[in-house]
Design a binder for this molecule. Structure first.
Ligand code: TRP
Length: 340
Protein backbone atom coordinates (compact mmCIF):
# COMPACT_ATOMS: atom_id res chain seq x y z
CA UNK A 1 0.00 0.00 0.00
CA UNK A 2 1.18 3.49 -0.79
CA UNK A 3 2.26 5.80 2.00
CA UNK A 4 0.20 8.62 0.57
CA UNK A 5 -2.54 9.20 3.06
CA UNK A 6 -6.13 9.98 2.20
CA UNK A 7 -8.58 11.55 4.64
CA UNK A 8 -12.22 12.39 4.20
CA UNK A 9 -15.19 13.17 6.39
CA UNK A 10 -18.96 13.09 6.21
CA UNK A 11 -21.49 14.60 8.55
CA UNK A 12 -23.89 12.22 10.31
CA UNK A 13 -26.79 14.12 8.83
CA UNK A 14 -29.13 11.15 8.55
CA UNK A 15 -29.43 8.62 5.79
CA UNK A 16 -27.19 8.47 2.75
CA UNK A 17 -28.82 9.01 -0.64
CA UNK A 18 -27.80 7.86 -4.09
CA UNK A 19 -26.32 11.32 -4.77
CA UNK A 20 -23.84 10.75 -1.90
CA UNK A 21 -23.10 7.27 -3.19
CA UNK A 22 -22.48 8.06 -6.86
CA UNK A 23 -20.99 11.47 -6.10
CA UNK A 24 -18.53 10.63 -3.32
CA UNK A 25 -18.71 7.41 -1.31
CA UNK A 26 -18.18 5.15 -4.31
CA UNK A 27 -14.89 6.97 -4.81
CA UNK A 28 -13.95 6.53 -1.13
CA UNK A 29 -14.43 2.80 -1.60
CA UNK A 30 -12.33 2.70 -4.77
CA UNK A 31 -9.30 4.58 -3.42
CA UNK A 32 -8.99 2.17 -0.48
CA UNK A 33 -6.90 -0.15 -2.63
CA UNK A 34 -4.54 2.59 -3.73
CA UNK A 35 -3.93 4.66 -0.62
CA UNK A 36 -3.72 4.52 3.13
CA UNK A 37 -7.24 5.79 3.92
CA UNK A 38 -8.85 7.34 6.98
CA UNK A 39 -12.58 8.06 6.99
CA UNK A 40 -14.33 10.02 9.67
CA UNK A 41 -17.93 10.67 10.70
CA UNK A 42 -17.67 14.34 11.64
CA UNK A 43 -20.15 14.82 14.48
CA UNK A 44 -18.48 18.02 15.74
CA UNK A 45 -19.01 19.58 12.33
CA UNK A 46 -22.65 18.51 12.41
CA UNK A 47 -23.39 20.39 15.62
CA UNK A 48 -22.54 23.73 13.98
CA UNK A 49 -25.97 23.43 12.36
CA UNK A 50 -28.05 21.88 15.05
CA UNK A 51 -27.38 23.50 18.35
CA UNK A 52 -30.42 25.26 19.66
CA UNK A 53 -34.06 24.91 20.56
CA UNK A 54 -35.12 23.27 17.26
CA UNK A 55 -33.03 20.22 17.91
CA UNK A 56 -32.68 19.72 21.65
CA UNK A 57 -29.71 17.50 22.28
CA UNK A 58 -29.57 17.08 18.50
CA UNK A 59 -32.55 14.79 18.37
CA UNK A 60 -34.10 14.43 14.97
CA UNK A 61 -37.79 13.98 14.30
CA UNK A 62 -37.27 10.22 14.71
CA UNK A 63 -35.75 10.90 18.14
CA UNK A 64 -32.25 9.93 17.09
CA UNK A 65 -29.36 11.51 18.99
CA UNK A 66 -26.13 12.61 17.32
CA UNK A 67 -24.37 9.51 18.67
CA UNK A 68 -27.07 7.28 17.18
CA UNK A 69 -26.87 9.10 13.87
CA UNK A 70 -23.09 8.69 13.82
CA UNK A 71 -23.48 4.97 14.43
CA UNK A 72 -26.02 4.74 11.62
CA UNK A 73 -23.81 6.68 9.20
CA UNK A 74 -20.84 4.45 10.03
CA UNK A 75 -22.98 1.34 9.41
CA UNK A 76 -24.12 2.74 6.07
CA UNK A 77 -20.50 3.43 5.07
CA UNK A 78 -19.46 -0.11 5.97
CA UNK A 79 -22.37 -1.50 3.95
CA UNK A 80 -21.20 0.65 1.02
CA UNK A 81 -17.82 -1.05 1.14
CA UNK A 82 -15.63 0.98 3.50
CA UNK A 83 -13.62 -1.94 4.75
CA UNK A 84 -12.18 -1.80 8.28
CA UNK A 85 -9.47 -4.24 7.16
CA UNK A 86 -8.21 -1.68 4.67
CA UNK A 87 -9.13 1.70 6.12
CA UNK A 88 -9.57 3.41 9.45
CA UNK A 89 -13.19 4.38 10.12
CA UNK A 90 -14.04 6.36 13.24
CA UNK A 91 -16.14 9.12 14.80
CA UNK A 92 -14.51 12.55 15.15
CA UNK A 93 -15.51 13.19 18.78
CA UNK A 94 -13.87 9.90 19.83
CA UNK A 95 -10.49 11.47 19.08
CA UNK A 96 -10.32 14.76 21.02
CA UNK A 97 -7.06 15.85 19.34
CA UNK A 98 -9.18 17.13 16.42
CA UNK A 99 -10.47 20.03 18.49
CA UNK A 100 -7.10 20.60 20.12
CA UNK A 101 -5.37 21.05 16.77
CA UNK A 102 -8.31 23.17 15.58
CA UNK A 103 -7.57 25.65 18.39
CA UNK A 104 -3.94 25.96 17.37
CA UNK A 105 -5.03 26.38 13.74
CA UNK A 106 -7.53 29.05 14.72
CA UNK A 107 -4.56 31.08 15.98
CA UNK A 108 -2.97 30.74 12.52
CA UNK A 109 -5.92 30.96 10.12
CA UNK A 110 -6.72 34.36 8.67
CA UNK A 111 -9.97 35.99 9.77
CA UNK A 112 -10.30 37.51 6.30
CA UNK A 113 -9.89 34.12 4.62
CA UNK A 114 -12.63 32.64 6.77
CA UNK A 115 -14.95 35.53 5.97
CA UNK A 116 -14.56 34.71 2.29
CA UNK A 117 -15.73 31.10 2.60
CA UNK A 118 -18.78 30.69 0.36
CA UNK A 119 -20.37 28.05 2.56
CA UNK A 120 -20.12 30.37 5.57
CA UNK A 121 -21.54 33.29 3.62
CA UNK A 122 -24.49 31.21 2.39
CA UNK A 123 -25.27 29.66 5.75
CA UNK A 124 -24.83 32.84 7.77
CA UNK A 125 -27.06 34.76 5.35
CA UNK A 126 -29.79 32.20 5.95
CA UNK A 127 -29.53 32.08 9.76
CA UNK A 128 -30.72 34.52 12.36
CA UNK A 129 -28.00 33.45 14.78
CA UNK A 130 -24.46 32.91 13.55
CA UNK A 131 -22.16 30.97 15.86
CA UNK A 132 -18.38 31.15 16.02
CA UNK A 133 -18.42 27.41 15.26
CA UNK A 134 -20.13 27.99 11.92
CA UNK A 135 -17.43 30.56 11.15
CA UNK A 136 -14.50 28.37 12.17
CA UNK A 137 -15.94 25.17 10.62
CA UNK A 138 -13.20 25.05 7.95
CA UNK A 139 -10.49 25.37 10.62
CA UNK A 140 -11.74 22.18 12.23
CA UNK A 141 -11.81 20.59 8.78
CA UNK A 142 -8.14 21.55 8.24
CA UNK A 143 -7.33 19.99 11.63
CA UNK A 144 -9.16 16.77 10.67
CA UNK A 145 -6.96 16.34 7.63
CA UNK A 146 -3.61 17.52 8.95
CA UNK A 147 -3.87 15.68 12.26
CA UNK A 148 -3.10 12.60 10.15
CA UNK A 149 -0.79 14.51 7.81
CA UNK A 150 -3.03 13.41 4.96
CA UNK A 151 -2.37 15.00 1.58
CA UNK A 152 -5.26 13.74 -0.57
CA UNK A 153 -8.86 14.46 0.21
CA UNK A 154 -11.64 12.89 -1.88
CA UNK A 155 -14.46 15.45 -1.91
CA UNK A 156 -16.92 17.09 -4.24
CA UNK A 157 -16.36 20.39 -5.99
CA UNK A 158 -18.12 22.31 -3.20
CA UNK A 159 -15.33 21.53 -0.71
CA UNK A 160 -12.42 22.76 -2.81
CA UNK A 161 -12.40 26.18 -1.18
CA UNK A 162 -12.15 24.59 2.27
CA UNK A 163 -9.22 22.51 1.12
CA UNK A 164 -7.42 25.56 -0.22
CA UNK A 165 -7.80 27.07 3.20
CA UNK A 166 -6.40 23.90 4.81
CA UNK A 167 -3.41 24.20 2.49
CA UNK A 168 -2.86 27.82 3.50
CA UNK A 169 -3.09 26.95 7.18
CA UNK A 170 -0.59 24.10 6.79
CA UNK A 171 1.85 26.30 4.89
CA UNK A 172 1.57 29.10 7.40
CA UNK A 173 2.18 26.68 10.27
CA UNK A 174 5.26 25.30 8.50
CA UNK A 175 6.66 28.74 7.86
CA UNK A 176 5.98 29.94 11.43
CA UNK A 177 7.73 26.98 13.04
CA UNK A 178 10.41 26.79 10.35
CA UNK A 179 9.85 23.11 9.57
CA UNK A 180 8.10 21.49 6.58
CA UNK A 181 5.89 19.57 8.99
CA UNK A 182 2.50 19.36 7.28
CA UNK A 183 2.12 18.15 3.68
CA UNK A 184 0.30 20.11 0.97
CA UNK A 185 -3.38 19.25 0.95
CA UNK A 186 -4.87 18.44 -2.44
CA UNK A 187 -8.41 17.52 -3.41
CA UNK A 188 -8.92 14.14 -5.02
CA UNK A 189 -11.87 15.18 -7.12
CA UNK A 190 -14.57 12.62 -7.50
CA UNK A 191 -15.45 11.90 -11.10
CA UNK A 192 -18.88 10.95 -9.90
CA UNK A 193 -21.87 12.60 -11.43
CA UNK A 194 -23.84 15.38 -9.87
CA UNK A 195 -27.20 13.74 -9.30
CA UNK A 196 -30.16 16.07 -9.37
CA UNK A 197 -33.43 15.96 -7.43
CA UNK A 198 -36.12 13.87 -9.17
CA UNK A 199 -38.77 16.37 -8.08
CA UNK A 200 -36.78 19.43 -9.16
CA UNK A 201 -34.00 18.58 -11.62
CA UNK A 202 -32.64 22.14 -11.41
CA UNK A 203 -31.39 21.38 -7.89
CA UNK A 204 -28.75 18.99 -6.65
CA UNK A 205 -30.16 15.91 -4.88
CA UNK A 206 -30.22 16.79 -1.21
CA UNK A 207 -31.87 15.70 1.99
CA UNK A 208 -32.48 19.25 3.10
CA UNK A 209 -34.96 19.84 0.24
CA UNK A 210 -37.31 17.16 1.60
CA UNK A 211 -38.07 13.45 1.02
CA UNK A 212 -39.32 13.85 -2.57
CA UNK A 213 -35.96 15.25 -3.55
CA UNK A 214 -33.71 12.32 -2.78
CA UNK A 215 -33.60 8.55 -3.15
CA UNK A 216 -32.32 6.94 0.03
CA UNK A 217 -29.56 4.41 -0.41
CA UNK A 218 -31.16 2.04 2.09
CA UNK A 219 -34.72 2.89 1.13
CA UNK A 220 -37.35 0.29 0.28
CA UNK A 221 -37.35 -0.07 -3.56
CA UNK A 222 -41.13 0.58 -3.50
CA UNK A 223 -40.45 4.01 -1.99
CA UNK A 224 -37.77 4.69 -4.61
CA UNK A 225 -40.12 3.66 -7.39
CA UNK A 226 -42.75 6.18 -6.22
CA UNK A 227 -40.16 8.97 -6.45
CA UNK A 228 -38.80 7.85 -9.82
CA UNK A 229 -42.29 7.34 -11.24
CA UNK A 230 -43.21 10.91 -10.41
CA UNK A 231 -39.86 12.39 -11.46
CA UNK A 232 -40.22 15.63 -13.41
CA UNK A 233 -39.42 15.03 -17.11
CA UNK A 234 -41.28 17.40 -19.34
CA UNK A 235 -40.05 20.85 -18.43
CA UNK A 236 -39.37 22.88 -21.56
CA UNK A 237 -35.97 22.82 -23.23
CA UNK A 238 -33.69 25.79 -22.91
CA UNK A 239 -31.51 27.04 -25.76
CA UNK A 240 -28.73 24.59 -26.50
CA UNK A 241 -30.37 21.67 -24.67
CA UNK A 242 -31.40 18.58 -26.57
CA UNK A 243 -32.76 16.82 -23.51
CA UNK A 244 -34.72 18.31 -20.63
CA UNK A 245 -32.77 18.31 -17.33
CA UNK A 246 -35.11 15.76 -15.73
CA UNK A 247 -34.68 13.28 -18.61
CA UNK A 248 -30.92 13.88 -18.62
CA UNK A 249 -30.84 13.10 -14.89
CA UNK A 250 -32.69 9.81 -15.47
CA UNK A 251 -30.27 8.91 -18.27
CA UNK A 252 -27.36 9.71 -15.94
CA UNK A 253 -28.79 7.39 -13.31
CA UNK A 254 -29.17 4.69 -15.93
CA UNK A 255 -25.58 5.22 -17.07
CA UNK A 256 -24.38 4.76 -13.48
CA UNK A 257 -26.33 1.57 -12.91
CA UNK A 258 -27.08 -0.21 -16.20
CA UNK A 259 -24.96 -1.77 -18.98
CA UNK A 260 -23.86 0.63 -21.76
CA UNK A 261 -26.08 -1.04 -24.42
CA UNK A 262 -29.18 -0.33 -22.39
CA UNK A 263 -28.24 3.34 -22.02
CA UNK A 264 -27.46 3.63 -25.74
CA UNK A 265 -30.80 2.18 -26.65
CA UNK A 266 -32.68 4.76 -24.56
CA UNK A 267 -30.52 7.60 -25.88
CA UNK A 268 -31.25 6.46 -29.45
CA UNK A 269 -34.99 6.25 -28.79
CA UNK A 270 -34.88 9.75 -27.35
CA UNK A 271 -33.09 11.05 -30.45
CA UNK A 272 -35.77 9.67 -32.76
CA UNK A 273 -38.61 10.88 -30.56
CA UNK A 274 -39.77 7.37 -29.70
CA UNK A 275 -38.86 7.40 -26.04
CA UNK A 276 -41.67 6.75 -23.59
CA UNK A 277 -40.73 8.28 -20.26
CA UNK A 278 -42.58 5.55 -18.40
CA UNK A 279 -40.23 2.94 -19.94
CA UNK A 280 -37.17 4.98 -19.02
CA UNK A 281 -38.37 5.37 -15.44
CA UNK A 282 -39.01 1.65 -15.12
CA UNK A 283 -35.54 0.87 -16.46
CA UNK A 284 -33.95 3.33 -14.02
CA UNK A 285 -35.82 1.92 -11.03
CA UNK A 286 -34.92 -1.66 -11.96
CA UNK A 287 -31.27 -1.04 -12.66
CA UNK A 288 -30.86 1.00 -9.48
CA UNK A 289 -32.47 -1.75 -7.46
CA UNK A 290 -30.03 -4.27 -8.93
CA UNK A 291 -27.02 -2.00 -8.51
CA UNK A 292 -27.84 -1.26 -4.87
CA UNK A 293 -29.02 -4.72 -3.84
CA UNK A 294 -25.72 -5.88 -2.41
CA UNK A 295 -25.29 -2.69 -0.35
CA UNK A 296 -28.81 -3.06 1.03
CA UNK A 297 -28.23 -6.71 1.85
CA UNK A 298 -24.98 -5.99 3.65
CA UNK A 299 -26.69 -3.21 5.61
CA UNK A 300 -29.47 -5.55 6.71
CA UNK A 301 -26.93 -8.00 8.08
CA UNK A 302 -24.92 -5.45 10.00
CA UNK A 303 -25.79 -5.10 13.68
CA UNK A 304 -25.11 -2.06 15.87
CA UNK A 305 -22.77 -4.04 18.13
CA UNK A 306 -20.55 -4.91 15.19
CA UNK A 307 -20.46 -1.32 13.98
CA UNK A 308 -19.62 -0.08 17.51
CA UNK A 309 -16.73 -2.53 17.67
CA UNK A 310 -15.37 -1.35 14.30
CA UNK A 311 -15.60 2.28 15.44
CA UNK A 312 -13.84 1.48 18.69
CA UNK A 313 -10.97 -0.14 16.81
CA UNK A 314 -10.93 2.74 14.33
CA UNK A 315 -10.72 5.34 17.10
CA UNK A 316 -7.86 3.41 18.69
CA UNK A 317 -5.84 3.43 15.48
CA UNK A 318 -6.69 7.05 14.70
CA UNK A 319 -5.78 8.10 18.27
CA UNK A 320 -2.34 6.57 18.02
CA UNK A 321 -1.54 8.75 15.00
CA UNK A 322 -3.31 11.81 16.44
CA UNK A 323 -1.42 11.65 19.72
CA UNK A 324 1.89 11.46 17.97
CA UNK A 325 1.07 14.45 15.75
CA UNK A 326 -0.13 16.53 18.71
CA UNK A 327 2.99 15.79 20.74
CA UNK A 328 5.12 17.01 17.82
CA UNK A 329 2.89 20.01 17.17
CA UNK A 330 2.95 21.10 20.83
CA UNK A 331 6.69 20.79 20.76
CA UNK A 332 7.00 22.80 17.52
CA UNK A 333 4.69 25.49 18.89
CA UNK A 334 6.53 25.53 22.20
CA UNK A 335 3.63 24.70 24.50
CA UNK A 336 2.83 21.76 26.74
CA UNK A 337 6.33 21.07 27.99
CA UNK A 338 6.61 20.40 31.72
CA UNK A 339 7.86 23.46 33.59
CA UNK A 340 10.14 21.45 35.77
N1 TRP B 1 -17.08 19.79 5.22
C1 TRP B 1 -17.24 18.48 4.66
C2 TRP B 1 -18.60 18.40 4.00
O1 TRP B 1 -19.54 19.03 4.42
C3 TRP B 1 -17.13 17.38 5.70
C4 TRP B 1 -15.76 17.31 6.29
C5 TRP B 1 -15.39 17.60 7.55
C6 TRP B 1 -14.59 16.90 5.61
N2 TRP B 1 -14.07 17.40 7.74
C7 TRP B 1 -13.54 16.97 6.56
C8 TRP B 1 -14.34 16.49 4.29
C9 TRP B 1 -12.23 16.66 6.20
C10 TRP B 1 -13.03 16.18 3.95
C11 TRP B 1 -11.98 16.28 4.90
O2 TRP B 1 -18.75 17.66 3.05
Amino acid sequence: MSTVRVFSGIQPSGELHIGNWFGAIQNWVQVQDEYDCIYCVVDYHAITDQFGPEAKRYRTAQGESMAERSLRMAGDLIACGIDPQKSILFVQSHVPEHTELAWIFSCIASYGDLQRMTQFKDKSDRSAYVSVGLFSYPVLQAADILLYRASRVPVGEDQVQHLELARRIGRRFNSLVGVEYFPEVEPLLTEGKRIMSPADPAQKMSKSLGPKHYIGLMEDPKESWKKIRSAVTDVGLEAGQSMSPGVANLIDLLRLSAPAEVVEEFVARHATGELLYGDLKKAVAESLETALASIRERRAQLGDAEVREILKEGAKKASAIARETMAEVRDLVGVGGAAS
